[in-house]
Write a protein that binds this ligand. Structure first.
Ligand code: NG6
Ligand code: CA
Length: 499
C-alpha cells in the first residue's frame, strides 16, 4: 500500500489549490532527544524556554507529530528521504566511522528544494554516515551532505558522545593541522591514548554505561581516536559554534530562498552546556542544556528579524526522538529531575515503542500564513517533510522518491485540522496509529532498558490503546476489541509489505 492509497483525493486537491503564492525560506531546527514535556509551551515549569514559547505563540503548536523512530539515525533518515527507515537496512544508530546511508541520487528534502532553486545548508548533528566506509579524516570526506542535496554543510559526524570529536565543513575536517593527522577506530584502542576505562582519574564526567573509550576534553566517548588536536571541539562551545554558522548561513543567503537544517547537539549526551547556562535550572546539565537550546533558537529568531526575513520564513522546531534521563553519563539528570516530566503525559521515552519514543514537540511559524497562537492535533509524521516541503516550494517529490511521504501542507499551515489517517511508529518493533487507536505489534524484545530506566513497550502479545481516552497507554484493551486488533494488524502488515 503506497502513500497515494492513504491520501484522500480531497486532501490532495486542497493541497494543490492551497499552495501559497510566495515561497518562503525554510528553517528547520531539529533538536536531539527533546521530549514532549520538555518545553515551557508544552507544560514544563522547571525550565524556562522563552524563545521556543515565543515561536509557539507566533504560530502553530502541534500535539500529534511523530518522529519516524525512537532513535536518531532512523528518524533523520526518514525525515530527509521520506522513506520509513525500518524499510532500509543499516539505518539504526550508527558509529562515527559509518558510511553514508543515503545513496547519492536519492531524493531528499535538500535535493528537492535545491531543484526548486533553494540554497540548502545543514549545520549540526549529522549521524547518517560519511564516505563509503574507511573514511580518511585527513583528506576529502565524501560522499556526505553535499552529495545528497546540500550546498553547504558544517556537521558533527555522528553524535557528541562518538568519535571523531571534530566538525566536518563541506568535505574536510575543520581546523585540522596536517602535521597532526586524525585516526579513528571503533574496534581497537590506540596505544598510549588514555581511555575512560583505564584512566578514570582523567575524567570530569564519568560514564554510567558504555562511553569508556577515548577521552576528549575530560569526557570519555564511544570509539577511539587520536590526533587532530587543533580540530577537536570544546563541548562547552558547541552550541555557540553551530549557532554562529547558522547565523552566517542566513546572512550570506538572505537574498534568495534558502533551506536551512539546524540539527542541534542539545540536548544529547554528553550534556555540557556553556558556563553561562550552568545553574539556569535546578535540574543540572539536562535542564541547563534545554536552556542552551532555547538560546540557540532565540539567536535564529534574532537573525531572521535583523535581516528582515521573519515574514518570509517558515521556521519549524521539532525533535528526533523522545526524552531520556540517564543516557550513559553520570550527569545528575535523574537525581535532579524533581517534578519535571520529560515526556509530559506520555509513557516510555527514547528507545520505546510507547508514544514518548516518537511523539515529539513541533512548532511552525510563518507570519501572515500560519495563524498566531494556534494549536493542531493533526496526525503528522516527520517522514512527511519531503512531500510537504516540495509542495510548499511549488515542486514534487521525483518519482520513486519519498515512498512514505504524504503532503500535509494544509495541516502544516493550519488550514486543515487533519492530515494523515495513520502512521507507523518504530522502535524495536512497529506500532500503527490509526485515528485514536494504537496497535503495538507483538515483540519478544526486553520490556525495559534497565540502563536508561525506560519502559520499551515490548510485549509478546499485541497491545491496543485508545489514545483519546488513554494517552498514557496504561490500559491495554486488545482483549476487548479482537476485531480491531485483527484489522489493524492486517493494515500494518500491508504497509510493511509495500516497498
Ligand atoms: C546509545 C548510547 C547513547 C546514545 C545513543 C544514540 C550507550 C550506553 N548509549 O548506544 O548514549 O549515544 O546510542 O542516541 O552507549 S541518538 O539520539 O543519537 O540515537
Ligand atoms: Ca536523538
Amino acid at each position: 500500500m503506497r502513500r497515494r492509497d492513504f491520501l484522500g483525493a480531497g486532501l490532495a486537491a486542497v493541497a494543490s489549490s492551497a499552495a501559497p503564492p510566495k515561497r518562503p525560506n525554510i528553517v528547520l531546527i531539529y533538536a536531539d532527544d527533546v521530549g514532549y514535556g520538555d518545553l515551557g509551551c508544552y507544560g514544563a515549569t522547571s525550565v524556562k524556554t522563552p524563545n521556543l514559547d515565543k515561536l509557539a505563540a507566533g504560530g502553530l503548536q502541534f500535539s500529534n507529530v511523530h518522529a519516524s523512530s525512537a532513535t536518531c539515525t532512523p528518524s533523520r533518515y526518514s525525515m530527509l528521504t521520506g522513506q520509513y527507515a525500518w524499510r532500509k537496512k543499516g539505518t539504526n544508530v550508527l558509529p562515527g566511522d559509518a558510511a553514508l546511508v543515503i545513496p547519492p541520487g536519492t531524493p531528499t528534502v535538500a535535493s528537492i528544494l535545491k531543484d526548486q532553486g533553494y540554497t540548502t545548508g545543514v549545520v549540526g548533528k549529522w549521524h547518517l554516515g560519511l564516505g563509503n566506509g574507511n573514511v580518511d579524516w585527513n583528506g576529502e570526506i565524501a560522499p556526505g551532505p553535499l552529495e545528497i542535496g546540500f550546498d553547504y554543510s558544517f556537521v558533527i559526524p555522528a553524535t557528541g558522545d562518538r568519535v571523531p570529536c571534530v566538525f566536518v565543513e563541506n568535505h574536510r575536517v575543520a581546523n585540522l593541522d596536517p602535521a597532526d593527522p586524525i585516526s579513528v577506530s571503533y574496534t581497537t584502542p590506540f596505544p598510549g591514548q588514555p581511555t575512560g576505562k583505564d584512566n578514570p582519574e582523567l575524567l570530569r564526567m564519568h560514564p554510567s554505561q558504555g562511553h569508556n573509550q577515548t577521552i576528549v576534553n575530560g569526557v570519555s566517548r564511544i570509539g577511539y581516536m587520536k590526533g587532530g588536536k587543533s580540530a577537536l571541539w570544546v563541548d562547552e562551545d558547541i552550541a555557540d559554534t553551530l549557532t554562529a554558522k547558522v547565523v552566517g548561513f542566513i546572512e550570506k543567503n538572505k537574498a534568495k530562498p534558502f533551506f536551512l537544517y539546524f540539527a542541534t547537539h542539545d540536548i544529547h549526551v554528553p550534556r555540557i552546556p556553556h558556563q553561562r547556562f550552568i545553574g539556569k535550572t535546578t535540574m543540572g546539565p539536562r535542564g541547563d542544556a534545554i536552556a542552551e537550546l532555547d538560546w540557540c533558537v532565540g539567536e535564529v529568531l534574532k537573525a531572521l528579524d535583523r535581516n528582515h526575513l521573519a515574514n518570509d520564513t517558515l521556521i519549524m522546531f521539532s525533535s528526533d526522538n523522545g526524552p531520556v534521563v540517564d543516557d550513559g553519563y553520570k550527569d545528575q539528570a535523574a537525581e535532579k529531575l524533581g517534578a519535571h516530566k520529560p515526556a509530559g503525559p506520555l509513557r516510555g521515552g527514547k528507545y520505546s515503542i510507547f508514544d514518548a519514543g516518537t511523539r515529539v514537540p513541533m512548532l511552525a511559524r510563518w507570519p501572515g500564513h500560519i495563524k498566531k497562537d494556534s494549536r493542531s492535533n493533526a496526525l503528522i509524521s516527520q517522514v512527511d517533510f519531503p512531500a510537504t516541503f516540495a509542495a510548499l516550494a511549488g515542486g514534487n517529490v521525483p518519482s520513486g522518491g519519498g515512498p512514505d511521504s504524504t503532503n500535509v501542507l494544509p495541516a502544516l499551515l493550519g488550514q486543515s485540522q487533519t492530515a494523515r489517517e495513520r502512521l507507523v511508529e518504530h522502535a524495536g518493533t512497529l506500532a500503527l496509529v490509526e485515528g485514536d487507536w494504537k496497535l503495538i505489534s507483538p515483540s519478544k524484545g526486553a520490556r525495559r532498558n534497565e540502563a536508561t530506566n525506560t519502559e520499551l513497550g515490548n510485549d509478546p502479545e499485541p497491545q491496543l490503546y485508545d489514545l483519546a481516552k488513554d494517552i498514557g497507554e496504561t490500559n491495554n484493551v486488545a482483549a476487548k476489541f479482537p476485531e480491531r486488533v485483527r484489522a489493524m494488524t492486517a493494515t500494518l502488515e500491508k504497509i510493511r509489505a509495500a516497498e
